[in-house]
Design a protein around this ligand. Structure first.
Ligand code: CA
Length: 329
């Protein structure tokens, strides 16, 4: 018995010394498809049906945006507000703050569960933000917690034999702090409980707030793979980011400038500079129904993935991205 204990202790110690390498998916140089809020081009964002669809479409990662409820449940929702994607204004009219908005953080989980989720709309006129997507307030969709989504994805990983990753984003840590909450602490605890602890585990943690991501690395000593999201006009220094993060998440215009005189797309130096520092680049957001000056979605994918050479993309249309990459590789 004593001998076993010694062996066990030795094993634990040697594991502790081992510096974890990123998961196979990130290590392999295959382009990575991140389902942005699920297959949000087809079903209301961040609903479990949208996640199931993205999973079935072959995405490598499913994204979770996370905001806390009043009773500290991490909720999978993009905004700190509720009125763009739920019927909160009808169900809880008195919970509106003086700024006219409904905050996730003012509701306990049980109340949030009573809301119906809709395709994103403008609360002023109830019009869909993306007119060609799933109709507004049709069928029944619900909000869910981070834990519920992890169980959903891990359950699918078991039943399909695949290993699809999660890609959680800590939303607005400064706002949460002002409301008296430490969102990072709560999110990290949930990830830890479900086995997401190191770069080997199929999880990428993202945040726009550099101070917070540094805090996650240094104060919480997280060993997760971390991506620093970059604002539209970011002045973050890549050298600085490389001291605490493993990748960056730039906006498309930060990697692709306009066309030159000959009609050729101009690439910025961001991706090459990031690669020199061993940072992966996952760019956002690729939408087949929001092409800007690109002729087609395939044209946009081609320039971003194979000319700008990003390592992965956040997309509302994971099926189209997977099909394009499969054809190329
Ligand atoms: Ca996000």
């Amino acid at each position: 018995m004593y001998r076993f204990l010694i062996i066990f202790l030795m094993l634990s110690l040697s594991c502790g010394e081992h510096k974890p390498e990123p998961t196979m998916e990130i290590q392999k140089n295959k382009k990575v498809v991140i389902a942005h809020r699920g297959a949000s081009g087809y079903l209301p964002e961040h609903t479990l049906p949208a996640k199931a669809m993205a999973y079935a479409m072959g995405a490598d990662y499913l994204e979770q945006d996370i905001v806390l409820s009043r009773d500290n449940v991490p909720i999978v929702i993009h905004d700190i507000h509720l009125e763009m994607v739920t019927d909160v204004a009808k169900k809880f009219p008195k919970k509106k703050r003086i700024d006219g908005r409904f905050y996730v953080i003012d509701f306990i989980f049980e109340e949030l569960k009573q809301l119906n989720v809709s395709e994103r709309f403008d609360p002023v006129n109830d019009k869909a933000v993306f007119p060609n997507r799933f109709p507004v307030f049709t069928a029944t969709f619900k909000l869910h917690s981070l834990q519920e989504e992890i169980e959903f994805i891990q359950g699918l990983n078991k039943s399909t034999g695949k290993n699809i990753g999660i890609y959680p984003e800590i939303k607005e840590p400064e706002f949460h702090r002002k409301e008296g909450k430490d969102i990072s602490k709560i999110v990290l605890k949930a990830l830890n409980e479900y086995g997401y602890k190191t770069k080997k585990d199929n999880c990428i943690l993202q945040c726009f707030d550099a101070k917070e991501l540094k805090r996650v690395r240094h104060e919480f000593k997280s060993e997760l793979f971390m991506v620093q999201l970059m604002e539209f006009k970011s002045d973050e220094k890549l050298e600085e980011i490389a001291t605490y993060a493993d990748g960056i998440g730039p906006w498309i215009p930060q990697i692709i400038k306009g066309k030159d005189k000959n009609g050729k797309w101009q690439i910025t130096s961001l991706v090459a500079n990031a690669h020199k520092l061993n940072l992966k680049v996952h760019a956002y957001t690729f939408r087949a129904d929001q092409l800007g000056d690109f002729d087609s979605f395939e044209d946009l994918l081609q320039v971003a993935l194979y000319e700008a050479n990003v390592d992965g993309i956040f997309t509302d249309f994971p099926d189209k991205a997977v099909a394009f990459i499969d054809k190329k590789e």
